[in-house]
Structure formats: structure tokens, C-alpha cells
Ligand binder design. Structure first.
Ligand code: CS2
Length: 487
């Protein structure tokens, strides 16, 4: 902490971490949490003059982030890159835990009466659920072992262990806020917790479930802020500005949005004073964000990687790409009813500007990861609704076909290898093995029920995807994308 006293005045934290007590536990200490919910929480404490919402931040799988932040007492820099670049040190994190080694401490934090809110950012795959049915994967060996009573290793297992302890110690109500990009994320997580409880042995299970029904709420939320992985060049900019090395710095854009369902079981930080929106129904915001922003992102990722590009901003500036993105956004917005306060055209234009932000080195490969978990919510949902309305969503179909080419060809249009990072990689590889022609590839991939669900039987869609995949293979990603928009 001593070193940090040399921070330039303009970058000083809004709170003194030594004054804070823990009121909130966060599962999933990635860059996104530090650039989003943690920033809102610090601002809320500063605006309200409270110190009771210090964060106990938990890394689920890796020690690296703990090793980076511990020597800095949990402080880290938020770099905002827009028309100008700003640096600010944030200090809302009061405690750092590594769940793999400190499950008991985590359980006691979740069970403490002073903890009233739990937030999560553990990525789509962290929930170990089927993205189509939104139920827990009851065959998952880790979930089964967690339910049988070993020190849990899964997110839902760790959360329920804490809820069990809270129930036993009568520590009072709790709100669990899922901040991952899943539709109806609160209700979805609530369902997964329920599924996990039903796997628990013994007779306490029913009492636990009824206590959760009465005392724990799971509001749905929409989170939005682009947070590319921090690069060595970013760290060196921070060092130049602060005169200190910061291993935990995060880089983001000026834009930030947090919409929350107003359904809290107990007290919460005054996040509205930091700009968060509370509403009775987040679903219009959620569908718009997932299908328009994230849907465009995923399509850009696969098409851009195939075309040989590395970053979002350079790819959207290529001739024809923004027209394609607008076409895809149009298909998505036709399937959702936007919140009354949002002008859809402004939203789309603003998104294009955010994607083109030259300060953000947002790697397409970062977005391309875990496609099997992301596509159902981002692109297949649009296609399902568009098909039901008798439409032919060509741009969304091309985005899905680009994913198919990316996971099966595994090289770009110039023949350079592409790495595929996906929890369903073995099933995808098996489906694509010796498939050969586009129609067979599409038929086999559409048979992956966890991704395509009922769409797997849509023969017309199969034809559209096969045509798009053949076009990508024959003409390359850029030509296919330009043709899809002008056709
Ligand atoms: C991105 C998101 O990595 C991805 O899949 O689409 O992380 C995106 O940047 C955020 O949802 C923006 O709010």
C-alpha cells in the first residue's frame, strides 16, 4: 500500500480499502468484474459515503490473478480508452480468495450475516449447463462429486455449499446476481441451484430448498462493457503514468451499462448512484444486448479470423464489414422488442462506433472462444425466431456457417492455422471427422443437440447453412460476407 501513496491525484481511488468491511462476495475475479461491477460498487460506496460493501473477490480456477493482486493489496488500475485515455486506481476489493485452496473461508464469507450480495462472472461454460434446455448437466462427474460432499470445484457446488452454511447459521436473506451473458440469467441460475440441490443426498435437501425459496433472490441482469485482455503494452502505459508496475490493470472503453431486475432479498450497494438502471423486467435489454451486440461480436470473430484479421476494430473498418454487421443487427432487432427508452438505430450506430474504437485491442480470438456456449444465445436465437416468422436471416446464417468453417477447417483463408478453444471441442471434432462436403458437415454439426436443439430438424436451414459454408470455402470469408449483404 505504501507504494501506492505516490499515485497521481487524478488517479486516486474513491475509497480507502483499509476502511472497508466485506458486504459482497464475487465469484470469478476476471478483468470483466474489475472493469464493471467492482467499479460500480466503488462509486456507489463513495457516493453514499458507506464502507460496508467491500468485495471479497474469489478466483475460481487459477491462482495467477491472486498472485498479481495480493502484493498490491487488491488495488488495480482501470484504463479507459476513448477519444482520450484515462487512468484511475480502483480499491473496492477488500479480500482475495483462491477457491481451490480456501473453500472454507469462502463458505464462511457466504454464510456471514454481513454478506448480503453475491455476484458472479464465471463465463457461460462455468455454469456447466445445457445452453438449450438451461438445466444443469446432471451427468457431469464434478457436479456429482460436489453434491456427494467433497470440497466443491464447480461454481454451483461452491455457491450451494455457502447457501447450506448460511441456512444452518440463520444468517438471513441473500441476493445472488448472475452477471454473465445468459438469457434470463437470474432465473437460469436459480434453476441450476435447484437442480444441484436435488442431487444432494440426505434429508436436509427439502428444508434447504424451501429456505432458498423464501430467503434468496436471483435478479436477472444485463451487463455491458467491452474489456479486452490486458496486453504488455497496456501495462507499460500504466507504469509510465503511475510510476509503478501494476500487474492487475484492466483496460476498457468509456461506455458501461448495468441493468438489474429490482428484486433484492436484502440490502445492496446504491449502484444506481453509479449509473445502474433498476427495472422490473430486464428481458428486452437482455435480448437486445445478446442478439445485437454479442451476436455481431461472434459473427465478426469467426468471419474476421477466417479472413486473417486479429482485432475487432481493424476488421470492422474493412470495406463491406460494417454493412454486413448492420444487416445482422437488423435481423436481430426484428426478433426482439427493444426497451421503450432505447432508440434501436442509435443503439446500432453506437455499437459500430464502440467496435471501431481504435484504442481497444480486442482480439477476435478472445470472442471466438467457447462458441458452442455462445452461439445458441447470440445467433441461433435470432435464427429460430426469424425462421418462425418465415424470414431468411442471411447474415446470421453466414455468422453460424463461419463458426462451422472455423471449427472444422481450423485454418484461415490463407491457410494459417486457427486454434479452437471450446468445451465441446471433442464432440465437434467427432462430428466433423471425415465429413468432407459442406452438406455433411452442416448436418452433423446441426445434430449437436446442446447447441441446435429443435433447429437440428430444420431442413431449409440446413440448406441455407450448407450454401453459406460452401460459399465461405469457395470464395473466402470477405467475399462471402460482401455477397451476403448485397444479395
Ligand atoms: C464478447 C463479450 O468475449 C465475448 O464473447 O462478446 O465479452 C462482450 O465484449 C461483452 O459482453 C460486452 O459487454
Amino acid at each position: 500500500m505504501a507504494q501506492w501513496s505516490r499515485i497521481p491525484a487524478a488517479a486516486l481511488p474513491l475509497v480507502d480499502p483499509r476502511d472497508l468491511t466485506i458486504g459482497l462476495v464475487h465469484l470469478g475475479l476476471g478483468a470483466f468484474h474489475r472493469a464493471h461491477q467492482a467499479v460500480y460498487t466503488e462509486r456507489a460506496m463513495s457516493a453514499a459515503g458507506t464502507t460496508t460493501w467491500g468485495i471479497c473477490a474469489v478466483s475460481q480456477r487459477g491462482r495467477a490473478v491472486i498472485d498479481e493482486l495480493e502484493p498490491q493489496d487488491g488495488l488495480y488500475t482501470v484504463v479507459e480508452r476513448g477519444p482520450s485515455t484515462t487512468f484511475r486506481v480502483a480499491a473496492p476489493i477488500r479480500e482475495l480468495l483462491f477457491a481451490v485452496e480456501q473453500q472454507d473461508v469462502l463458505t464462511s464469507r457466504l454464510a456471514a450475516a454481513s454478506t448480503q450480495v453475491v455476484t458472479l462472472t464465471v463465463t457461460e461454460k462455468g455454469y456447466r449447463h445445457d445452453p438449450v434446455t438451461r438445466r444443469l448437466d446432471l451427468h457431469d462427474a464434478d457436479l456429482q462429486a460436489d453434491a456427494a460432499g467433497r470440497p466443491p470445484v464447480t461454481v454451483v457446488g461452491r455457491l450451494v455449499r455457502g447457501l447450506q452454511a448460511r441456512h444452518r447459521s440463520s444468517a438471513g436473506p441473500l441476493t445472488v446476481v448472475c452477471c454473465d451473458n445468459l438469457p434470463n440469467n437470474g432465473a437460469t441460475l436459480r434453476g441450476l441451484v435447484d437442480d444441484f440441490c436435488s442431487m444432494l443426498p440426505g434429508s436436509g435437501q427439502r428444508a434447504l430448498q424451501s429456505w432458498i425459496d423464501e430467503s434468496v433472490t436471483f435478479p436477472s441482469t444485463v451487463v455491458d462493457r467491452i474489456v479486452p485482455a490486458t496486453t504488455p503494452a497496456d501495462r507499460s502505459d500504466v507504469a509510465d503514468y503511475l510510476g509503478l508496475d501494476d500487474e492487475g490493470a484492466v483496460v476498457t472503453e468509456p461506455f458501461s451499462q448495468w441493468v438489474l431486475e429490482d428484486n433484492f432479498a436484502a440490502a445492496r450497494p446504491a449502484w444506481e448512484s453509479a449509473g445502474a438502471i433498476f427495472t422490473t423486467d430486464v428481458s428486452p435489454y437482455q435480448a437486445l444486448k445478446l442478439r445485437v451486440l454479442n451476436g455481431s461480436h461472434s459473427a465478426l470473430a469467426y468471419l474476421g479470423l477466417l479472413a486473417g484479421y486479429e482485432h475487432v476494430a481493424e476488421f470492422v473498418n474493412v470495406d463491406g464489414v460494417s454493412a454486413f454487421v448492420l444487416a445482422l443487427m437488423g435481423e436481430a432487432t426484428a426478433t426482439v422488442s427493444a426497451p421503450i427508452s432505447v432508440d434501436v438505430e442509435d443503439y446500432e450506430q453506437q455499437l459500430l462506433r464502440r467496435f471501431a474504437n481504435p484504442g481497444l485491442r480486442h482480439r477476435l480470438a478472445q470472442i471466438a472462444s467457447d462458441g458452442s456456449q455462445k452461439l445458441p444465445l447470440r445467433l441461433l436465437a435470432t435464427v429460430r425466431d426469424a425462421r418462425a416468422a418465415g424470414l431468411q436471416p442471411a447474415a446470421s446464417v453466414l455468422g453460424i456457417a463461419a463458426w462451422m468453417r472455423y471449427v472444422t477447417a481450423r485454418h484461415d483463408d490463407q491457410g494459417r492455422p486457427l486454434a479452437v478453444d471450446d468445451p465441446l471441442a471433442p464432440q465437434i471434432a467427432e462430428a466433423a471427422r471425415e465429413a468432407g462436403d459442406p452438406v455433411t458437415i452442416v448436418e452433423r454439426l446441426m445434430g449437436i443437440a446442446e447447441m441446435f436443439g429443435d433447429l437440428g430438424d430444420d431442413l431449409e436451414l440446413c440448406g441455407m447453412l450448407s450454401h453459406a459454408l460452401a460459399e465461405l470455402t469457395r470464395a473466402g470469408a470477405l467475399a462471402a460476407l460482401r455477397n451476403a449483404t448485397t444479395a
